[in-house]
Design a binder for this molecule. Structure first.
Ligand SMILES: Nc1nc2c(ncn2[C@@H]2O[C@H](COP(=O)(O)OP(=O)(O)O)[C@@H](O)[C@H]2O)c(=O)[nH]1
Ligand SMILES: [Mg+2]
Ligand SMILES: [Zn+2]
Length: 316
């Protein structure tokens, strides 16, 4: 386990590591000593389905008897996963990334304008996968006041980081939130994700100003996640295509649970199958009126509910 060197006994040395990226069946695995190896899945694992492995998986490599190549011999149980419907529909789900501890959704307070509706999409995806989320609102120095809707997310219980790379605001707090955890970083391009990582981890050199997401637009099913190692032994993950909620295998009836601040009120509506739209005796709508749920969050819920119901109509 400790060494990559072939064992004296002639048995293949094995190595434990994390899958960093993958294309065309070849996976890049980072061993604990920092070395990266290209590896393919052992035939036995392959038969269990091509979706058996994902970026973020904790794996055991074995060196092939001959030559320099490596094989993935074992995939350890996952602590979490972000999974969505496989491209094309009915063939089960595809794990986009495994073993992340949190989703960090980054928006800018200006340039580009923040988009609460889109923020809610990211938060729903995280909640649907049972992964904690934090909100980062960057470019703080560009606005004199923060927008009032931020309060809706405080009510919902999301940690909020107001940051500025330029004015160096909130960076230490964000650094400690990243420390020792594997984080999926998401958000529109241009909001400062790469800049934040560069400011927190000087020397890593994430490319600033690169419009990776728009390049990938429309091909999100073929573009995978990629992990980047951080100096503390944790990772950040790029997860392109995180925002299309329709593909996340989410049933419209489960959407209410993905709005965290709705949860205390669920089960208290007059009808057990209440959709919280215009049913009488709806406790969720009462909570909106009492300002226990932000009205902009509720509007997002209605919008996303409509989208999911539309998708379901197409399917059955
Ligand atoms: N004014 C201001 N600009 C920033 C800040 N952070 C990043 N930027 C700029 O925003 C642009 C996009 O940054 P980048 O890190 O590439 O965003 P990404 O696409 O989310 O990775 C670059 O021109 C950065 O210099 C900030 O806190 N304030
Ligand atoms: Mg970037
Ligand atoms: Zn209701």
């Amino acid at each position: 386990m400790m060494s990559d060197a072939p064992a004296m006994t002639g048995a293949p040395a094995d190595v434990r590591g994390v899958v960093m990226s993958g294309t065309g069946g070849v996976w890049t695995v980072r061993a604990r000593n920092g070395e990266q190896h290209s590896a393919t899945l052992r035939g036995r694992l392959k038969q269990e389905g091509s979706d058996k492995i994902a970026v973020g998986d904790d794996v055991r490599l074995e060196r092939e008897e001959r030559g320099d190549s490596w094989a993935i011999a074992e995939i350890f149980p996952r602590r979490s996963r972000l999974a969505r419907r496989a491209p094309g529909g009915a063939h089960g789900e595809r794990v986009v990334v495994a073993n992340i501890d949190q989703v960090i959704v980054v928006f800018a307070l200006a340039k580009p304008e923040p988009h609460p509706r889109m923020l809610d999409r990211f938060l729903v995806i995280a909640a649907a996968n049972d992964i904690h989320a934090r909100i980062v609102l960057n470019k703080r120095e560009l606005v004199s006041e923060t927008p009032p809707w931020i309060e809706d997310y405080r009510i919902a219980g999301y940690p909020i980081h107001l940051t500025s790379v330029k004015a160096r605001i909130g960076l230490e707090e964000l650094a400690s939130a990243l420390y020792g955890r594997t984080s999926a970083l998401s958000g529109p391009s241009g909001v400062g994700k790469s800049s934040l990582l560069n400011a927190i981890y000087p020397g890593l050199d994430f490319r600033v100003g690169e419009i990776s997401e728009s390049v990938n637009k429309g091909r999100h099913t073929t573009v995978g996640a990629a992990m980047h190692p951080l100096p503390d032994g944790s990772f950040v993950v790029d997860t392109p295509g995180l925002r299309e909620i329709g593909v996340w295998n989410l049933h419209s009836g489960e959407l209410d649970q993905c709005f965290l601040e709705f949860r205390p009120f669920l089960g208290q509506c007059r009808f057990g199958d209440c959709r919280h739209v215009h049913e009488p005796g709806c406790r969720v709508r009462a909570a909106v009126a009492e300002k226990l749920i932000g009205s902009s969050r509720y509007d997002s819920y209605l919008k996303l509910l409509g989208e999911l119901e539309e998708t379901e109509k197409d399917q059955y």
